[in-house]
Ligand binder design. Structure first.
Ligand SMILES: Cc1cc2nc3c(=O)[nH]c(=O)nc-3n(C[C@H](O)[C@H](O)[C@H](O)COP(=O)(O)OP(=O)(O)OC[C@H]3O[C@@H](n4cnc5c(N)ncnc54)[C@H](O)[C@@H]3O)c2cc1C
Length: 376
């Protein structure tokens, strides 16, 4: 899909970054379960990390569509985990941008956008994920400070994050009693309980975090007390659209690999594409990729134009996540044994894709939202 020049130039920049700075090292970083911290600085210097943020805080002055195009292009490096790890600022910073004071924006955003500090978003807990209003991490007033206690689960970039945007309970009201705080690495009582091992996204660090009466100054509360839930719902909109883009981009990449393999690989005296069943599989995969990409871009362009599309964003996320599952399954099948080998991009991306119907709101929760949007 061709966009205005600024997006296409940005796409080229990100594709080059993926080719030169990610792809050659993916196998090593995936096995290690982490990528070098330096990559954040390199991505910032290349204008890849910070394009979608205002210039006054060190961003590139672009918009949300730059962020989505960036995800699509960076995935060509062959690891969703690296894109997710580099991109954790994309879910961690918006609450600060939307709710934060000018002083807070000037304090927290520039070091992250320069790649010097790492930001993470901490909503999910060991006891609750989909039911956000059920969170039990609490922030209790103590003079000019808050004491934050509880635990957070599955936090992307959580192991090495310097700033964690934490949603905590400040009052009894299920939705109106939630507030955001920035908890900083090194604050006494804040610790990483464990680094989690996963099916996919290996190169992205994923953590369980513990908060044991962490003294957080009032200056680190983002927005008014009670403003957290509404801000989070807006945040989810962007995260879900981003995951929808992961879906079609992942499917497009494994399709590309399956096409190349099916042209080369010989069986029974002909290439795999010589079998009608393979050609039809590829035709169906290509159709699904096209449908998901078209839905995602049309939704993104409407969001960029100012529409608040809760139902449609949920539809895009679900459809794209489903397409990614089906297309990855068939790509592995076309590669046969090679599709099961760690050395192939198809193997890695098909594992990574399993997260898409779960992260940022599950398929079932998206369907609840869609049904509500239909008046059901
Ligand atoms: C790799 C990875 C990275 C992540 N990164 C982050 C992060 O950076 N920050 C963060 O805060 N979280 C993060 N998450 C958490 C993620 O957003 C949650 O896993 C997700 O929201 C689902 O929550 P849960 O795992 O607690 O599942 P649950 O909420 O326990 O759901 C379990 C099952 O029950 C179903 N279910 C629940 N409620 C309903 C209902 N009302 N109707 C029908 N079915 C229902 C769900 O659809 C699901 O199938 C990450 C997760 C993973 C795996």
């Amino acid at each position: 899909m061709k966009l205005d020049e600024s997006y296409e130039l940005f796409r080229e920049t990100c594709t080059r970054f993926a080719r030169e700075k990610i792809a050659p090292f993916v196998a090593e970083w995936e096995e290690a379960g982490i990528f070098p911290r330096e990559l954040y600085r390199e991505a910032a210097a290349a204008g890849v990390l910070n394009a979608a943020y205002p210039e006054e805080y060190g961003g590139g002055g672009g918009d949300m569509l730059h962020g989505l195009v960036g995800i699509e292009a960076l995935l060509s490096g062959g690891s969703s985990g690296i894109v997710a790890g580099l991109g954790s600022l994309g879910i961690a910073l918006p609450p600060i941008l939307v709710l934060g004071s000018e002083e807070q924006k000037r304090r927290f955003l520039p070091p992250v956008l320069a790649g010097d500090k790492i930001a993470a978003l901490a909503i999910t807990e060991p006891g609750t994920g989909s039911d956000v209003s059920g969170i039990s991490t609490r922030a209790v007033r103590d003079g000019k400070d808050y004491l934050v206690s509880g635990a957070k689960m599955f936090i992307t970039s959580g192991v090495r994050a310097d700033y964690v945007s934490v949603l905590a309970r400040t009052g009894p009201d299920k939705h109106g009693g939630l507030s955001f705080f920035v908890v900083e690495k090194g604050m006494p009582g804040f610790s990483v309980s464990r680094a989690l091992k996963k099916t996919g996204w290996w190169a992205s660090d994923t953590a369980e975090l513990a908060f044991d009466s962490v003294r957080v100054p009032e200056e680190n509360r983002i927005g008014d007390e009670g403003s957290g839930f509404v801000a989070l719902m807006r945040n989810f909109q962007h995260e879900r659209l981003a995951l929808a883009f992961y879906g079609h981009a992942t499917a497009a990449l494994v399709l590309e690999d399956a096409l190349a393999y099916a042209r080369e690989r010989q069986a029974f005296g002909r290439p795999l594409v010589g079998f009608q069943v393979t050609r039809h599989k590829l035709a169906r995969m290509a159709t699904e990729v096209e449908a998901a990409r078209t839905l995602n871009y049309s939704t993104a362009l409407r969001v960029k134009a100012g529409e608040y599309l809760v139902k449609e964003v949920s539809m895009a996320k679900n459809f794209s996540a489903d397409v990614a599952q089906r297309v990855c399954y068939e790509a592995v099948q076309i590669l046969g044994g090679m599709g099961f080998m760690r050395e192939t991009r198809v193997e890695r991306l098909s594992r990574d894709a399993r997260l898409l119907p779960i992260g940022g709101g599950t398929t079932e929760i998206m369907n609840e939202i869609i049904a509500k949007g239909l008046g059901l």
